[in-house]
Design a protein around this ligand. Structure first.
Ligand code: AMP
Length: 551
């Protein structure tokens, strides 16, 4: 631990990135595998690797009680020391100067202590913490506490730890990053780089893999230009949540887009996992789905983030997993196989409800792709995923092998009802516009969103003057204005929202232009917003999937 602390201090003592990397690389090079694994995790400011999905569950008050007790100092002195550093690690080190009985402490012991703290309940967590700190010299305490606090504060990012691994073991940084993407574990990455194990066949079940991402495009021509393929594959862009399913006989675990475990939220998928009949790692999208219909995203939201789901909710909002990729099958990693091979293997599994297959259609040119896009819009989808059938699965990468073809659903003509002063470079101008449509039933204007983007600085300056003139109420940072400035806005989607009286909110609205030619009487209506919502984000009449067996 002392070596770790010394290396950490040396890294912290220089602000030059190259020097930080060099120092850390030298430290890593001197470690055998198990310590290397631990040190790389601790150096990224973590007690556990994220792939282990563990947390210490240790509150600050518990840590500070232990330090206070061991230091024998009074509160006033301790506060004075804390004010000097504003860092728990630095504070603890100074407070314990000469108060511990230092003896050599290994990283293995540190790891074992962290595990003991994690598994102990409540007040019992303090004992292993205290036992270890008693045996540490203040320099080690300083870094031990920093690791516990989840932040080393020595100017070390995960990227720098990767760079140090690259330098230590003479591995190209791109290779280090790739191994890290696959393992999701910086400790494991360091060890594999030391041992030269770059074979992709080492994907490990139940360690979440980062998701492959898509780049946005707006036209069919752009798809073919960027992909450079003769024929491309299209899949529906389902409006649910991304999900990775790991299954090995009876064990099934699920992970969300940010690699958090979501097993508890979707028990249907867990219960039916064993029936898949093979050990697999799926990539797909969870949808709320009942009686052959996809329910609104709004319904699915009720299931998200839950540790447990009551049976009524399961009945009201059942879920399915639409699978579109297979990364691992019966011991074989498929990341480097082309998509068409992965899909063939996926189809060969003969999936049954609640596992469905994404709808796939090949497009042989821009016109063909445009037709498929128009059809998916007809079916009420906002967009299409386009994939290169020959591409490997690249975890964590937003490349050109997967594209998402999206166009603004529609534009709406709206009127500005309130404006706000901007921030940063928009300081001193009124740049944030809340806008409304007309509710024809009540005749009132009802807000549906707020736009910040789309106008030039010159336009904003002119609009600021105009809004100052038509202010009807000045509430400080926000001004209510006479509703007379009509805007055309584009947006990506519509959500139900309690924030606005209208019950809806446009997502990512941008101003297309100011419509001075259009009188306020002619702006769009709440019915139109509701109609667009129902069409694209409401319950779907038809579920665009490949044939699957319903139970
Ligand atoms: P976006 O959220 O706009 O970046 O679009 C990418 C997201 O679309 C992915 O993260 C998935 O959650 C979702 N998605 C829906 N259908 C598919 C599909 N067929 N293939 C890949 N991603 C999909």
């Amino acid at each position: 631990m002392l070596d770790f602390a010394n290396a950490g201090a040396a890294v912290g003592s220089t602000s030059a990135t190259l020097e930080k990397t060099r120092v850390l690389a030298e430290y890593f090079r001197g470690l055998e595998e198990d310590d290397l694994r631990r040190a790389a995790v601790f150096m990224s400011g973590r007690a556990f690797s994220p792939s282990q999905r563990r947390t210490l569950g240790l509150g600050w008050s518990a840590v500070s009680k232990v330090i206070t007790g061991l230091s024998g100092l009074d509160d006033e002195e301790l506060s004075r020391i804390f004010r000097k550093h504003s860092d728990m690690g630095d504070w603890a080190a100074e407070a314990l100067e000469g108060r511990t009985n230092p003896e050599p402490v290994t990283l293995e012991e540190v790891e074992a202590t962290l595990e003991a703290i994690r598994t102990a309940r409540g007040a019992k967590k303090a004992a292993p913490l205290e036992q270890l700190i008693r045996r540490m010299d203040p320099r080690s305490v300083r870094f031990f506490i920093k690791v516990i606090s989840g932040e080393l504060r020595i100017g070390l990012s995960e990227g720098l730890v990767e760079a140090a691994i690259a330098e230590a073991f003479h591995v190209p940084i791109t290779q280090v990053k790739r191994v890290h993407l696959i393992t999701g574990d910086i400790g494991e990455t360091a060890v594999r780089c030391k041992l030269g194990q770059f074979d992709a066949s080492t994907l490990t079940l139940f360690q979440p893999v980062r998701f492959m991402l898509a780049s946005p495009v707006e036209t069919a021509g752009e798809v073919f230009d960027r992909m450079g393929a003769e024929a491309v594959w299209t899949e529906e862009k389902y409006d649910g949540v991304r999900c990775q399913l790991h299954r090995q006989s009876d064990r099934v675990e699920l992970f969300s887009r940010d690699l958090k475990e979501t097993t508890g939220a979707f028990p249907e998928l867990v219960e039916n996992g064993p029936a898949i009949g093979h050990d697999v790692l799926f990539d797909g999208e969870v949808l709320a789905h009942r009686d052959g219909r996809v329910l609104r995203f709004f319904e699915l939201q009720r299931r998200l983030g839950r540790k447990q789901v009551k049976s009524e909710l399961r009945q009201e909002v059942p879920v399915v997993l639409v699978v579109f990729d297979l990364l691992w099958l019966d011991g074989r990693t498929l990341l480097d196989e082309p998509l068409n091979m992965r899909r063939k293997l996926l189809e060969g599994l003969g999936l049954q409800h609640p596992f469905l297959l994404a709808r796939l259609e090949e497009a042989t040119g821009p016109d063909h792709l445009d037709r498929i896009f128009a059809e998916t819009r007809e079916r009420g989808n906002e967009g299409l995923m386009v994939k290169d059938p020959l591409s490997p699965y690249t975890p964590g990468r937003r490349g050109l092998a997967w594209l998402k073809l999206k166009r603004p659903l529609a534009t709406l003509d709206v009127v500005v009802t309130a404006v706000e002063w901007g921030h940063g470079k928009r300081k001193g101008v009124l740049s944030d516009y809340t806008f409304a449509v007309r509710d024809t039933e009540s005749g009132r204007l009802v807000n549906v969103g707020k736009a910040y983007t789309g106008l030039t600085d010159a336009e904003i300056a002119t609009m600021t003057k105009r809004f100052l003139e038509i202010t009807i109420e000045d509430r400080g940072y926000v001004r209510l204005v006479r509703p007379e400035v009509v805007l055309e806005v584009a947006f990506d989607s519509i959500q139900h929202s309690g924030r606005h009286l209208s019950g809806y909110a446009l997502r990512f609205p941008r101003i297309v232009r100011i419509r001075d030619d259009k009188p306020v009487e002619e702006i769009d209506t709440l019915e139109r917003v509701a109609e667009l919502y129902d069409r694209y984000f409401g319950e779907k009449a038809e579920v665009p999937l490949s044939e699957v067996a319903e139970t």
